[in-house]
Design a protein around this ligand. Structure first.
Ligand SMILES: NC(=O)c1ccc[n+]([C@@H]2O[C@H](COP(=O)([O-])OP(=O)(O)OC[C@H]3O[C@@H](n4cnc5c(N)ncnc54)[C@H](O)[C@@H]3O)[C@@H](O)[C@H]2O)c1
Ligand SMILES: O=C(O)C[C@H](O)C(=O)O
Length: 309
């Protein structure tokens, strides 16, 4: 099994580190446009192998996509991160060209790869990668909801004094400060609904904090986050290479599901060796359904911007 991570910056390198430590593939390639950075990060990760005990072969390269040939899974993290005060959507002008070009280069050498899109604005970049590549929809997966759901569990675990591992909580919709939809009504602590344990005010505070999770970290760090994003991206890689059939909220092309068409948006999907396999339909109430459609409208208007780039 061969995995490539495009972009050896903060998220790409963290994702690669997780993939290596978990030995998710025999061969891992890091590639970046900047001379030296992918080679350097690959060597740095490899120098921890003796300490941490893993055998994944990692190589780094700049620009030459021939090194990525025959990849089964490719994670695309290349692009600009936002700065404090920016929205993810403001990155579209800088990142659309990068994602389109990288997708073409990758598919030239790895026509059978499954793509995992990380670059922001992620739902629109996923749509762009799918549309510009002509790939079957199951092979293009946007990662955002896995991260947002982990942040939702973090907020719940703090409030409840619970282990995050005991919590089930899912965020669907767009991966944007105002477009994501943390489904508090479905969240539970080992089957106990959290709505039975928290006041409406506490629930609202948790939902709000989850939605601005990325912006909060960007303000603290001066750039966007990478530890949880890198771990979340690696979790999707793991679900594919181990054919786990794990249920994960990912941005995928919708064709009628949830009443939506021709858009990539976060919904629960099973992930396995062929990419995303099935979309699971939650029974949303009227309010949730309306919020999901509002989210779709916002993502759609970003997709429309692509026509002018
Ligand atoms: N979807 C998510 O959940 C999520 C989470 C975190 C970050 N992100 C996004 O991921 C992207 C990367 O974030 P980061 O913090 O790693 O940024 P970063 O600046 O640390 O790394 C980005 C890397 O991409 C490289 N790059 C730029 N153009 C390239 C090209 N054409 N080919 C190859 N490499 C190229 C840069 O040289 C850089 O090393 C951003 O767009 C960010 O908003 C998304
Ligand atoms: O917040 C960002 O801009 C990066 C990423 O989308 C995140 O949620 O961490």
């Amino acid at each position: 099994m061969k995995v490539t991570v495009v972009g050896a910056g903060a998220v790409g390198a963290t994702c690669a580190n997780n993939i290596a430590r978990k030995e998710l593939c025999d061969e891992l390639v890091l590639i970046d446009i900047k001379e030296g950075i992918a080679e350097g990060k690959a060597q740095d990760i490899l120098q921890s192998a003796a300490l941490l005990g893993f055998d994944t072969r990692i190589t780094g390269c700049s620009r030459d996509y021939a090194h990525t040939a025959g990849s089964d899974v490719v994670v695309i993290t290349s692009g600009l991160p936002r700065k404090p005060g920016m929205t993810r959507e403001e990155l579209i002008g800088a990142n659309a060209g990068i994602v389109k070009e990288v997708t073409q280069q990758i598919l030239r050498y790895s026509p059978d790869a499954i793509l995992i899109i990380i670059s922001n604005p992620m739902d629109t970049m996923t749509y762009l990668a799918w549309q510009s590549s002509g790939l079957p929809k199951q092979r293009v997966i946007g990662m955002g909801g896995v991260l947002d759901s982990a942040r939702f569990k973090y907020q719940l675990s703090k409030q409840l004094g619970a282990s995050a591992a005991d919590l089930n909580a899912v965020v669907i919709g767009g991966h944007g400060d105002t477009t994501m939809l943390p489904l508090i009504r479905y969240a539970n602590w080992n089957s106990v609904p959290v709505t039975a344990l928290l006041t409406p005010e506490q629930q609202q505070q948790i939902v709000n904090a989850t939605m601005v999770g990325g912006a909060t970290l960007t303000k603290l760090l001066g750039t966007s986050a990478w530890y949880a994003p890198g771990a979340a991206a690696a979790a999707v890689v793991e679900a594919i290479v181990r054919d786990e059939k794990k249920l994960m909220p990912c941005s995928v092309l919708l064709e009628g599901e949830y009443g939506l068409n021709d858009i990539c948006l976060g919904v629960p999907v099973t992930i396995g060796r062929n990419g995303w396999e099935n979309i699971i339909t939650y029974q949303l109430n009227e309010t949730e359904q309306a919020m999901l459609h509002q989210s779709a409208d916002a993502v759609r208007s970003m997709n429309d911007v692509l026509k002018n780039i």
